[in-house]
Design a protein around this ligand. Structure first.
Ligand code: GLV
Ligand code: GLV
Length: 355
């Protein structure tokens, strides 16, 4: 192969490798055993000749790495993730490196995990499982692990882009929940879905579902029974959920985070969970991954999983494939319409800009 492409991790499937090797690329996959590679580790991988890199969200892609990649003759980087808060896109641009991400293929898989966490938290699945395994079940009782009924309650979505909208649809269609959402953009297609589904339910003599676009995020926090966070992480969403905002949520609300850990002030959250045993959370992401803030692991009203929202086989192979195509497209100079996942100010196709 004429081009040297490195992947900082082995990735699922083989299609992504074939795509690259079929087109003049030599693929090198880092086999380093430690989970999170440091900047120094990656510098050594890049070496003196490297055309493109597929990297991971655990890595810090800033000026040091992008200028090294430039010196090695590189022009392309793709994150194997839809989120790219670990990537300094300005530094990449300054060094002439195109940055790609992997949207689309993980939308439903991620939304399904958010739905799973919503149910697990609302119905206390993990707590009940632990109780069962501990041999504590000694007979059915009216009070045993009573949780929340979702039907007829309100689901709140903060960030109604691709993933937030897919999650909302699952909860509305699956559990006949009403919707309140907050986003800078109007989720037109989602609104139309809820309206049509509401009419269908009404025609069948059932209580229709409703939707509302909230004027403020606080309206969502006050009114919703289940709240799922789907914003990107940037300066405007860092610690979006803090002590003050937790305080306005319902005492028995369920909060789900499958976006990025720092969107939630985790120390404030632990405090809130301790003070409000009926408040429940489902968390896929944490402020200082792989760590949890002190106390979180002991909270019975928290369901915690290790950043697995996109972890289905189909999706992970799709992410690897998209990441390879992003790098290949740039190296081979394909036109942008062959290579649509380059990071740029993102406008969801479901959305229209704010007035
Ligand atoms: C995973 O967290 C992703 O952003 O794809
Ligand atoms: C519960 O198991 C019931 O039959 O109501």
């Amino acid at each position: 192969g004429r081009y040297r492409v490195i992947s900082t991790k082995p990735m699922p499937g083989t299609r992504w490798i074939k795509l690259l090797t079929d087109q003049d690329c030599r693929v090198e996959i880092c086999t380093e055993q430690k989970t999170i590679l440091s900047v120094e580790d990656i510098l050594a991988l890049i070496g003196t000749k490297c055309d493109g890199v597929i990297g991971q969200l655990t890595e810090d892609w800033g000026d040091v790495l992008f200028s090294a990649l430039k010196r090695a003759g590189g022009t392309a980087f793709s994150n194997m993730a839809v989120g790219y808060n670990n990537v300094d896109v300005d530094a990449a641009t300054k060094n002439g490196i195109a940055v790609g991400n992997t949207p689309g293929v993980l939308t439903e898989t991620t939304a399904e995990l958010a739905a799973s966490l919503s149910l697990a938290a609302a119905r206390r699945i993990v707590e009940a499982d632990q109780f069962m395994r501990a041999g504590l079940y000694d007979g059915w009782l009216p009070h045993l692990f009573v949780g929340n009924l979702l039907k007829g309650q309100t689901v709140g979505v903060i960030g109604a882009g691709r993933i937030g909208s897919a999650y909302a649809r699952m909860m509305i269609e699956g559990f006949k929940m009403n919707l309140i959402y907050y986003d800078l953009y109007q989720a037109t297609r989602l609104e139309k879905f809820v309206t049509a589904y509401g009419q269908f339910l009404k025609a069948n003599g059932e209580q229709p579902v409703t939707w509302k676009r909230a004027a403020t995020m606080e309206d969502v926090l006050r009114e919703a029974d289940v709240i799922s966070l789907h914003p990107i992480l940037d300066k405007t969403t860092y610690h979006l959920i803090n002590k003050e905002r937790l305080a306005i949520m319902k005492k028995e609300a369920v909060l789900v985070n499958c976006s990025r850990g720092p969107v939630v002030h985790e120390v404030d959250l632990v405090e809130h969970l301790r003070a409000n045993p009926m408040f429940r959370v489902g968390l896929d992401v944490f402020e200082d991954e792989p760590y949890m803030k002190p106390g979180l692991a002991e909270m019975k009203n928290a369901v915690v999983v290790p950043h697995i929202a996109s972890a289905s086989k189909w999706t992970r192979e799709g992410m690897a494939t998209l990441a390879a195509l992003n790098v290949l497209g740039k190296i081979k100079g394909y036109p942008v319409w062959h290579n649509p996942n380059l990071v740029e100010p993102f406008l969801d196709e479901n959305s229209v800009p704010p007035p």
